[in-house]
Design a protein around this ligand. Sequence first.
Ligand code: FUC
Length: 747
Amino acid sequence: MLTLRYDEPAPSWEGHVLPIGNGALGACVFGTLETERVQLNEKSLWTGGPGSAEPGGSGNWSADRPGALEAVRRVIDERGSMAPEEVAAILGNPSYSTVGHIPGFGAYQNFGELLLDVTGGFSGGYRRTLDLETAVAAVTYEDADGVVLTREYFASYPAHVIVGRLTARRPGRVGFTLRFGTAHDGEEEVTAESGRLRVRGVLADNGLVYEGQVQVLTEGGTRSDEGDRVVVTGADSAVFVFSAATDYAPVHPGYRGPDPAARVTAAVDAAARRPYAELRAEHEADHRALFGRVRLDLGQRMPDLPTDRVLAAYEGAGTPSDKALETLYFQYGRYLLIACSRPGSLPANLQGVWNASNSPPWESDYHTNINLQMNYWPAEPANLAETAVPYQEFVAGLRAPGRETARSMFGSAGWVVHSNTNPFGFTGVHDWPTSFWMPDAAGWLVRQLYERYLFDGDERHLRGHAYPAMREAAEFWLANLCPDARDGSLVVSPAYSPEHGDFTAGAAMPQQIVRDLFACTAAAARTLGVDAEFAGRLREAADRLDPGLRVGSWGQLQEWKADLDDPSDRHRHVSQLYALHPGTQLTAPEHLAAARTTLEARGDGGTGWSMAWKVNFWARLKDGDRALAMLSGQLRASTLPNLWDTHPPFQIDGNLGATAGVAEMLLQSHAGVIELLPALPAAWRAGSFDGLRARGGFTVGVTWADGVPVEVRLSSARGGTARLRGPGFALDLETRAGESCALSPAR
Ligand code: FUC
């Protein structure tokens, strides 16, 4: 039973509302009784960028700074390190230090709320649910006369609308006034005509035009427009369909497209013409086609309790109830990714698509020093490849502005982006000392474009999409690596390990990213049969590159090239383990041991996403019990009643990273073989899953008992050899495209 369930309305937005979404549109259901609140989002409703009241939207230096980079490199060579504040003063763009924010960067905005003042009163029987299998949120209760009333909400991807329906067990009992709760007072106009509320606004900051429309339809009773409201009385049932859009377009440098009115009108008109049952069936089929691909059975049993109480009672002790929460949380990550990332809109931001503030934490932006990447970790292994299309397009869209940044700041070819970006191609820098500088972020971002090819073998994607972005990111580093004064190896300088320590030359994470980027790009060139000379240059540079893998004095994997690590440091970023996960180059036994020592020292604490990353790290170290301990820690310490991850505050990356981590515990395929149950915790002794994906176009299911697979189900999309490995067995299986089979490895 994959349902979130509560016996009271959401007391507040964060951590209590039920999120639904179709990628572009999001809605948060409060389920409040007298005035129902459905908080709305449209993912491109952003301040900042072109037209913004504050100039400086690209983050590029406004004038050349001849010799600035070289000066920083020189100081680092002389002193060995440089404080982030010093570097930010030389290479940053005045922003936090002067005006307290990044000028022109903007922030993701709240769209407003649909408010329904509901008649009929309340006498009991309250329940609020979110069914992950159908992606329908529902509220039921009894009115003052004991009549059961039901509200149902879903966000349809095919119809591009959010739909709500109110019904009653007795005819004539549905009544409400629908109004719009503004989040942009003075910037918009609300009108009502023929049961349709229309909101049209222009953001004062940047002139972005937005529009939302909601059409109310009734069966029985009356419907009337009253000013900027629609009033329904005595109906048997009522339906509303809502859609919204802006004139944002993901096209550099203007980032504007056509007026949204026609699109919104067309979506609402089309949906309003169709019967509710048909819209719902279409939505359900669309959602199930994605969500239904993966099944996970750990022998769980969900107690007959509200989800917040199940969460509060969670112990991580391997009880059927604990397992029920673990499987629910895994599947919830898949649900959330489907709801906040579908083709045709921007990728999932720090809060997916759900945001009730106009000044959300970190602008609810795209952080590229872990968070955006983590959002998409589950896409391939948890069988939701389609959800990563917005990510792939977004990364492709960063190339044009990122090329300007590479040219203007580094005087080189290639493209870069630093620690955080927005929908308007911010690829330059600000001056928050510990997070303004990360030219290696592009190399990390493109790894996931290549992963898509590794999973599904689609050469068109590799040729048209992944490889060009990888090649251009690699070009940047061919031009920007420096010979290290200490040993002549090629290093990144200035180099920064995200949000931690001083600037140095050759910090582990940037070295590992560049090494991985060169290896993946050269491999992709060979697969495509292109760029032999360029690939040769990459291999040559890779031979001279410091690999960023070094065991330090206390057995740790060094975060910096010099042995600076402090064993009592508990910092949440463990960037030096990039090569363990998501990278694949940390394989030598001494490095694996050092990675373990580092993780032990950092401890099992951390913010939400940090714990989720550690689930993945421990899974790659094949330690299922530690991976589960991290997952349990996240459920106990960083999970809100509606199962949103909290950093704090709410941040979606932890949800999505943990879902990827669970997939990683059950199946791994990064090392050229398909490993079944590579990090199975003792508490998950028996179980089964279906539908997880392995690189090479394979879909895998396993049933296991006593930690050992008793049946393996495999289907092959492209044919080829499936090199299956599991506890106690190894089998290389030749497959044909389209073939499925089941094996019993034990026999
Ligand atoms: C990274 C993290 C922070 C936070 C922010 C949004 O910079 O270091 O903890 O998650 O992203």
